[in-house]
Design a protein around this ligand. Structure first.
Ligand SMILES: NC(=O)c1ccc[n+]([C@@H]2O[C@H](COP(=O)([O-])OP(=O)(O)OC[C@H]3O[C@@H](n4cnc5c(N)ncnc54)[C@H](OP(=O)(O)O)[C@@H]3O)[C@@H](O)[C@H]2O)c1
Length: 350
C-alpha cells in the first residue's frame, strides 16, 4: 500500500519544511502529472507502480480524447485536455515533462511558475542561458527541477565512476562512447529540427554526460555531423578534450544498428561497459588489467525507479537531486560547443 497523501499544504521543499517546523519528514507520496502521452511515460509508469515515493495521478495531452483514453488505459485519476490544465491542477505536486526537446524549457518554466516541481526529460536544452533561467526560477521558488538522465541513477554508473576515480585503471587517458540505433522515420520527434531533434541531442547527450562524469568539464570540442534530409544531424561524431590530457571520442547515430558502449581507458587498465545507457538490457562491466579481465559486480536495479526515488526525496526536502544546475549547465555548454564546432568546421574552446 502506498502511504496516503496528506494534502497540498504539505507539498514539500526543504525550505517549506524548515519554515513549518517538522524535523522528521513523513513519508509522503509525490503526486506526479504526465505532461503528454509520450512513449517514454511507460517506463515512468512502470517504475512508479513499484514505488511508494511517487504516484502518477494525472496526464495531459494536446487532445482531450487522447488524454482520456490514456488515463483509462493506465488507471490514472485525471485526464487533462491541455498542458495548461495539468500545470494548474491543484492535486498535482510535480510534473514529469516528457515533451519533445524544444518544449522542455518553455513547459518546465510554466510548471515551475505554477508552483510544481519538475522532472524534465533529457536533454534539457542546448542553450546554457536557458538552463540558467529555468534553474533561477526553480531556486527562487524553492522548487525541485531535475534532468531525467535515468542512466546516472543506476548503481552501475556510480560504480564505474568510483572505479575510475579510485585508480582502478590508473591515470585516465581516454573515454570512448557509442549510442546508436537506426531511425529513418522523418516524422519522429528526433528527426524534427523545429523540435530540437538530432542524434547529438538524443543519443549523443548520453555520451557527453558519460564522458563528463568520468573526466570533468571539457575545455575544447570538435565534431562532424551527417545531416538528415530534415536538417537535423542523423549522426554526430564528437571529440572532447578535458583538463589533464584526457580525450573523449563518441559516436551518436541514427544511421547505424543498435549499439551502446562506454570505455574508460587508463594507463594501467580499461573498463568496458557493455550497456551503459539502457541498463535494463543486461549490463556487463569488465575491468581489464594486463592479461586479466574481471567482471565487476553490479546490483540489479531499475534506473527509472532510482530516478523517481531521487526526485521524490528532493521534493520531500531530504536531499539535493543527484542531477542539479551545474551538471545541466555543463551538458548544455558541451552540446552547444559541439554543434558550433561541427557547423563552423573548427574546434571550439569553452
Ligand atoms: N530517459 C529516457 O530513457 C528517454 C527515452 C526516450 C525518450 N526520452 C526523452 O523523452 C522525450 C519524449 O520522447 P518520446 O520518444 O517518448 O516522444 P514521443 O513518444 O514522440 O512523445 C512526445 C509527446 O510530446 C507531445 N507533443 C507535443 N507537441 C508535439 C509535436 N509537435 N510533435 C510531436 N509530439 C508532440 C505528444 O503528446 P500529446 O499528443 O499527448 O500532447 C507526444 O506524445 C524526449 O525529450 C526524449 O529525449 C528519454
Amino acid at each position: 500500500m502506498k502511504p496516503t497523501h496528506q494534502g497540498r499544504s504539505q507539498s514539500r521543499t526543504a525550505k517549506t519544511y524548515a519554515s513549518e517546523g517538522p524535523v522528521s519528514v513523513p513519508s509522503l507520496t509525490v503526486r506526479l502529472g504526465l505532461l503528454s502521452t509520450a512513449r517514454i511515460n511507460g517506463e515512468i509508469l512502470q517504475a512508479a507502480a513499484g514505488s511508494d515515493a511517487v504516484e502518477v495521478v494525472a496526464v495531459a495531452s494536446r487532445e482531450r480524447p487522447r488524454a482520456e483514453a490514456y488515463a483509462r488505459e493506465h488507471g490514472l485519476e485525471r485526464a487533462h485536455g491541455s498542458y495548461e490544465e495539468l500545470v494548474a491542477d491543484p492535486e498535482v505536486d510535480a510534473i514529469y515533462n516528457s515533451l519533445p526537446n524544444s518544449m522542455h524549457i518553455p513547459w518546465s518554466f510554466r510548471a515551475l511558475e505554477a508552483g510544481k516541481h519538475v522532472l524534465c526529460e533529457k536533454p534539457l536544452d542546448r542553450r546554457p542561458a536557458e538552463i540558467e533561467r529555468v534553474f533561477e526560477l526553480a531556486e527562487s521558488r524553492g522548487l525541485v527541477f531535475a534532468e531525467a538522465f535515468m542512466y546516472r541513477h543506476h548503481p552501475q554508473t556510480a560504480r564505474v565512476a568510483e572505479l575510475v576515480r579510485g585508480g582502478a585503471i590508473g591515470r585516465l587517458r581516454a573515454v570512448r562512447a557509442v549510442f546508436a540505433f537506426r531511425l529513418s522515420d522523418s516524422a519522429n520527434i528526433r528527426m524534427r529540427p523545429e523540435l530540437d531533434g538530432g542524434a547529438l541531442m538524443d543519443l549523443g547527450s548520453y555520451c557527453v554526460s558519460g564522458a563528463r562524469l568520468l573526466a570533468g568539464e571539457p575545455e575544447r570540442c570538435s565534431g562532424e555531423q551527417i545531416l538528415a534530409e530534415t536538417g537535423v544531424d542523423a549522426a554526430f561524431h564528437g571529440t572532447l578534450r578535458f583538463p589533464g590530457d584526457v580525450v573523449a571520442q563518441f559516436e551518436a547515430s541514427f544511421l547505424a544498428p543498435f549499439a551502446q558502449r562506454l570505455e574508460a581507458i587508463g594507463e594501467e587498465g580499461v573498463i568496458e561497459v557493455g550497456a551503459p545507457w539502457l541498463q535494463n538490457r543486461a549490463g556487463d562491466v569488465l575491468l581489464r588489467r594486463g592479461e586479466e579481465a574481471d567482471r565487476v559486480e553490479i546490483p540489479t536495479a531499475n534506473a527509472y525507479g532510482c530516478e523517481l526515488a531521487d526526485f521524490a526525496a528532493a521534493v520531500r526536502g531530504e536531499d539535493e537531486p543527484l542531477l542539479g544546475r551545474s551538471d545541466a549547465l555543463g551538458q548544455a555548454k558541451a552540446i552547444d560547443a559541439l554543434y558550433r564546432a561541427a557547423e563552423e568546421g573548427r574546434a571550439v574552446t569553452l
